[in-house]
Write a protein that binds this ligand. Structure first.
Ligand code: KIV
Ligand code: ZN
Length: 514
């Protein structure tokens, strides 16, 4: 059986999704989960794009011990140098360098002739080879590239030192048959192709990213790239969890192995969705809320008699557990700690105390604390930087009546520790809270998007709110969880505001260290 390596780019291509902006702690948290999921390579970011990005990639490279961490670079020496500085402490530093090769990109974007592009590609790979042993070279927009030019440039960059050749379908234009033939052609026509790993990287503009990726594997690719939940530029990238499960379920036609632990799919998917604020459509394959729901009577009857009648994937296979109560009001710190370890978290004493307090607060209101609830608490504790002072919601009250103008009174503490209180109105309760919070924080805020969902089922389920907004012209996003919808909304608003300050703080700190 052929082994296929999995290259995850959730933290780079996925993070390029519109409105997604992860901070360093969130990126590290996702990186650790990707390691548990068992990816072979994770692309942690684009180090030369900003100070914050550099710092995040550097921390991930230093934290992750069992996965090769990659960083993206344009075909320019300064990007390569910056990537090396960010990655050099990792267990297996890997450069991902890209250059466009299609006539459209070369003419309009790069304003270079094919000969100039070839020369730049060779020079920059040779330059990178002085530092990196593992170099992935990507022919951006490969699927709209002249095939003979692609063969020529791929051969040249392999000679210059590339160890992986990636053939991206950058604009999601290709079809399974066409993409498969492209890989076959490269296998048969690039003389030194056997020296490298061939990699597939597909976007989903025509909804064919997963099918295209699998077609590439059937035709010689031994590495596949993608993201969790398929997040990414425009319509997104190929969903890694879909590729993995398709290969598992249809092993009869896909005789390939990989190192993924499918039982980590649910948790990885949940974490990426929560931290990026990219909701998963209910009908999404493998990870959607309805992926295992059977609605019609005939289907329900069939599943009750024999699950395989309508269920080709079992929920257990991808880590979906029945949401039974795990801990309750009477659980003590010992049981809590054990559960924290069982869920894969390692906390220091301060974080453990913080998480336990959040858990206790929840049990005061919610009778049954499920795995999903606990996972949310632990993840939030992990990504919350207690060392940075932030706006904190102290208390709020809303007066709502269908015949009255909703009024909110809110008290908060500022990052400087001052307690402020104010009252304001709005057309609805959430708007009243948001208008009041805006006047309290004294920033110019525009709300772009607001989404509400529940964690788990039942009337007492936790509410989760994601917002996208601009704070003084800077795009930011926030999330808030609480049992009450209005409290979750207020938390999400303040979380978004705080993220702007945390990002500033991280940038100031890393500048101080330069
Ligand atoms: O889709 C693409 O072409 C990319 C490159 C940077 C590899 O993401
Ligand atoms: Zn891409």
């Amino acid at each position: 059986m052929t082994h296929v390596k999995v290259f995850d780019t959730t933290l780079r291509d996925g993070e390029q999704s519109a409105g997604v902006n992860l901070n360093k702690l969130e990126k590290i948290e996702i990186a650790k989960q990707l390691e548990r999921f068992g990816v072979d390579i994770m692309e942690a970011g684009f180090p030369a794009s900003s100070e914050g990005e550099f710092e995040a990639v550097r921390q991930i490279a230093r934290t992750i011990k069992h996965v090769s961490v990659a960083g993206l670079a344009r075909a320019v020496k300064s990007d390569i140098d910056t990537a090396w500085e960010a990655l050099k402490d990792g267990v297996e530093p890997r450069l991902h360098i890209f250059l466009a090769t299609s006539p459209i990109h070369m003419t309009y974007k790069l304003k270079k002739t094919p000969e100039e592009v070839l020369q730049t590609a060779v020079e920059t790979v040779a330059y990178a080879k002085q530092k990196f042993h593992h170099i992935e070279w990507s022919a951006e927009d490969a699927t709209r590239t002249d095939i003979d030019f692609l063969v020529k440039i791929v051969e040249a960059v392999i000679d210059a030192g590339a160890t992986v050749i990636n053939i991206p379908d950058t604009v999601g234009y290709t079809t399974p048959d066409e993409y498969g033939k492209l890989f076959r052609h490269l296998k048969e026509n690039v003389p030194n192709i056997d020296k490298v790993t061939l990699s597939a990287h597909c976007h989903d503009d025509l909804g064919m990213a997963v099918a295209n990726s699998i077609a590439a594997i059937e035709n010689g690719a031994t590495q596949v790239e993608g993201t969790i939940n398929g997040i990414g530029e425009r319509a997104g990238n190929a969903s890694l969890e879909e590729i993995a499960v398709a290969m598992k379920i249809r092993q009869d036609v896909y005789p390939y192995t990989n190192g993924l632990n499918l039982k980590e799919i649910k948790r990885t998917s949940d974490m990426v969705s929560k931290l990026t604020g990219m909701m998963i459509p209910g009908n999404k394959a493998v990870v959607g809320r309805n992926a295992f729901a059977h609605e019609s009577g005939i289907h329900q009857d069939g599943v009750l008699k024999e699950a395989s009648t309508y269920e080709i994937i079992t929920p257990e296979m991808v880590g979906v557990k029945s949401n039974s109560m795990v801990l309750g009001k009477h659980s003590g710190s010992h049981a809590f700690k054990e559960k924290v370890h069982e869920l894969g978290y390692k906390f220091n004493d301060a974080k453990m105390k913080e998480a336990f307090m959040a858990f206790k607060q929840l049990t005061a209101k919610k009778k049954e604390v499920t795995d999903d609830d606990l996972f949310t608490i632990l993840m939030e504790t992990q990504v919350d930087s207690i060392t940075i002072k932030k706006y904190q919601l102290e208390a709020f009250q809303v007066q709502y009546g269908s015949a009255n103008l909703p009024t909110a009174t809110v008290a908060l503490t500022t990052p400087e520790g001052k307690r402020l209180e104010h009252a304001g109105t709005g057309q609805g309760s959430v708007e009243a809270i948001y208008n009041t919070l805006e006047s309290l924080v004294h920033e110019e805020i525009h709300l772009e998007d607001y989404q509400l969902s529940s964690i788990g089922k039942g009337r007492d389920a936790l509410a989760e709110v994601h917002v996208k907004m601009t704070v003084n012209g800077k795009e930011t996003g926030g999330r808030g969880t609480a049992q009450d919808v209005l409290e979750a909304s207020a938390n999400a608003f303040l979380n978004a505001v705080n993220r702007v300050f945390v990002t500033q703080h991280v940038e100031e700190q890393s500048q101080a260290h330069v």
